[in-house]
Every structure is written in C-alpha cells, then in structure tokens.
Design a protein around this ligand. Structure first.
Ligand SMILES: Cc1ncc(COP(=O)(O)O)c(C=O)c1O
Length: 423
C-alpha cells in the first residue's frame, strides 16, 4: 500500500510497526474517545499505580500502621531516587525524591550561590519556567540583593541562540540555571555544551529537568552537571502533586549545604539531638516526612518507564513529533496556525506547540466538544504533549483532524475568552 502521510492509514501503519505500542495497556483509559495530549503536564495513570496505592493504603497503612516506616517508607526517598537516577544518567547516591520542584530549586540555588561567594551573576533564559525565576529572585532577595540575574532573550518565544547564551557566561557568573526543555516551546538545550561552557568560566550548572525526564535521554554524570531538579507528574506519570527529585553531583555533596535544616537531613534523626548535624552524602538535602502515598504511586509508574527504556521512548517521541509537525503544516497552517516549537528534532523535547490568534477558544472547543485534551499557554499557544508510552499515531491524526473541524466549522466561536483558573 502506498504510504501517504496525510491519510489515516499511514498512522495505522505506524502504530502497527510501533515497538512500544503494547505499553498503552499499562495505562488507564477511562474515556476511550478522549485523545489526551497533556502528558507533558500531568501524565496518565498507570494500572500499577492503582494497585500500588491500594496496597499502600489498605496493607501498609491500614494494617502495618507505623511499622511500615521501617519496612518500606523511611528509605523511600533514596530508593525511588535511584530509579529516577537511571532515567537521568546518574550513578548511585546522587538523586533523592523530596518536596516539590520549586522547593528543591530553592535548596540547590542557595547551596550553589554559597559555593561561589565572590561571584554575583546568575544566568538563565527567558524560556525558563516562571516559578524558577521567582525562586531565583527570592534567593537573591534573601542574600541581600547582591546578585544580578541575567536572562538570555529568546527569539520569538521559541528558542535561545546558543552563542548568545555562551557569551553571557563569564568569570562573574556563579550559577547557570536553565530548563533543559522549555515549558512553552519545547526548546531543548544542548546540555553538555552549556555545562562545559559554564565550567570553563568556573560557574556551577543547575538543570531543571521537569519537561525532559522520562522523555529525553539525560546524562547528568556524563555532562558533568553539578545540580538538577525535576518534577515527576509529567512524563514520569507520578500523579498530581507527586514529589519532585533533586540531583547533587557526588563531589559537591560534602561542600554543598541545604539552606533548610530539617530532621530528615539530620544524622541519626531518631537520636533527637538538639544540635543539627547534617547527614553525610546527599541525604542532608532532605527536610521532612515525605508524601509517602504520592511517592509510592510514582515509584510504581517509574517501573513502566524503566521497562520501556529511554532510548526507545525518545525514538518514538521524535517520530510522533515529526508526524505532528507534518500534519500541522499540511492541514492546519492554511487555517492560521503556525509552529511555535523548533523544527529541528535535536532541539525539541516531546511536545509540539502551535500558535493561532484564537488559540484560547480553539483549545476550549477541542476539550469540550472535540474530545481532544491539549493545553493552552498565554498568549496564543496550544501545546500538544506527545507521551510515547501511550500516545498513538492514530491519536495524532485524529487530533489534527478534529482541530481542523473546530476551526473550519467555527466551533470555537461558542466559547468565551475568559480564562479558567488552570488553562
Ligand atoms: C519546568 C518546571 N519547573 C518547575 C515547575 C514547578 O513545579 P512545582 O509545582 O513542583 O514546584 C514546573 C511545573 O509545571 C515546571 O514545568
């Protein structure tokens, strides 16, 4: 049969040849008609999580009660951290699960700045997640407003010019901190090259891996990265509010101190000594009791990703994204859509962003009438999240087909411009 990309049969053939297709069965599909394209914001629920949470609640909590801290919970932060370590290219003893991404970022930014006390510059970019920039501003304020945040501009809100970034990193720079994949456009930094440039200048590097963990191969040890944080509810499918992770390179762990001294970071917390003494290694970056149920829910979901393997996930992610872009060019561009992600797959994560002057109302119509669920980002972006373990090629084809109808048949005109609390 001749393979014509714009026809649905092409998508069906791609699904038939997909090595990861069977992983769809690992997820809960509560609404068969729904095309879910928001796994870059909140990953789908895995079947294993359903089972694991049931066991955690009924057996570990319900029956085991406080005894379960010793059997399964107390060492969870390190145990689950080691699973994430395999997805981010980190050797043992360098990744912990704790708190939220923003809190972990706060801890690591404060630690990093204290390791470079003579330097006043922090380099980030205009594509970074706003919460990351707020955390940086808060850290600078706490430290007496003696640092300067240099934000490298982005071309058209899509990409950062590497040379402009490299030129911004100099001997005044204490810290370079960036989102590996940008939340809006999906722009993917060349992390190895940025890390090398920062180290040449004597600066530390802190990566936010929220939009790349579980979707893009990450090699923290190989890059020589110093520090990293990331969330687990996107491509890691940890569930709403699941705890985040942090990475501290082995050689930095004894010098870098957390700014929040809590009992979970204390050496032998159950001695209840009155003086704080940080635990050795990375553990002093823990603060308090973990969100146990969320952590266990996420642990079960990680096993699915580890079985699939990150290289296979990335291969399919690139195929899905290139297919999406081809269909957008052919069928949606004539209706006023344009691409707001890098075209080059080597510079793009696992979501494809498209722009339209009516993006907000189109997104509402997609969700409420067309049973397609992407998300909207101001001012005019619709993000199409492609999660290779459960997004199929036929779903991409259907989503574009339905988007075409939403615009051609003017379904979006029925919806208000008024923004919902979560867009
Ligand atoms: C890149 C990035 N960094 C940080 C955050 C904030 O995460 P948290 O709510 O865990 O602090 C998000 C949330 O979506 C994000 O996308």
């Amino acid at each position: 049969m001749k393979r014509i990309k714009s026809e649905k049969t092409f998508a069906q053939q791609m699904d038939a040849a997909d090595d990861l297709a069977a992983f769809r069965d690992a997820f809960v599909f509560a609404e068969p008609e729904l095309i879910y394209l928001d796994g870059n914001s909140l990953g789908r629920l895995t079947q294993r999580t359903v089972e694991r949470v049931r066991r955690a609640v009924e057996v570990e909590w319900g029956q085991g009660l406080i005894r379960s801290w010793n059997t399964n919970w107390f060492h969870g932060a390190a145990r689950v951290g080691e699973k994430i370590a395999q997805l981010v290219g980190a050797g043992p003893g360098q990744v912990l699960v704790s708190d939220s991404t923003s809190i972990n970022l706060f801890k690591l930014v404060m630690a990093a700045l204290s390791l470079r006390p003579q330097r006043e510059r922090i380099v980030s970019d205009a594509l970074n997640f706003p919460s990351d920039l707020y955390i940086l501003q808060g850290c600078m304020h706490l430290l007496g407003d003696r640092h300067h945040l240099h934000l490298v501009p982005a071309d058209d809100d899509v990409a950062v010019e590497p040379q402009v970034l490299y030129d911004a990193i100099d001997e005044r720079t204490a810290l370079v901190t960036l989102s590996h994949v940008a939340f809006k456009s999906g722009f993917l930094h060349d992390a190895a090259a940025v890390t090398e440039r920062a180290h040449q200048a004597g600066a530390l590097v802190l990566w936010d891996l929220s939009h790349s963990a579980g979707a893009v191969p990450i090699k923290l040890d190989q890059w020589g990265a110093d520090l990293a944080v990331g969330c687990t509810y996107k491509y890691l499918n940890g569930g709403p509010g699941s705890p985040a992770f942090l990475y501290v390179r082995k050689e930095l762990q004894e010098q870098a101190l957390s700014p929040i001294w809590g009992w979970f970071g204390q050496h032998s917390p159950f001695d209840f000594k009155l003086e704080y003494q940080p635990e050795a290694g990375i553990a002093h970056f823990l603060v308090s009791s973990p969100a146990v149920l969320s952590m266990l829910a996420m642990e079960a979901a990680l096993d699915v990703l580890l079985e699939a393997g990150i290289e296979a996930i990335r291969r399919k992610s690139v195929q899905l994204a290139e297919y999406t872009i081809d269909l957008v060019d052919e069928r949606l561009a004539p209706l006023g859509f344009s691409l707001a992600s890098p075209r080059d797959s080597a510079r793009r994560g696992s979501h494809v962003t498209i722009r339209h002057s009516e993006a907000y109302r189109i997104n509402r119509a997609l969700i409420e009438r067309a049973h397609v669920l992407p998300d909207f980002r101001e001012p005019d972006n619709i993000r199409l999240g492609l999660a290779p373990l459960y997004t199929s090629f036929v779903e991409v084809w259907e989503a574009v087909d339905r988007a075409q109808r939403v615009v051609e048949e003017e379904w979006y005109l029925q919806y208000s411009e008024e923004r919902l609390a979560v867009t």
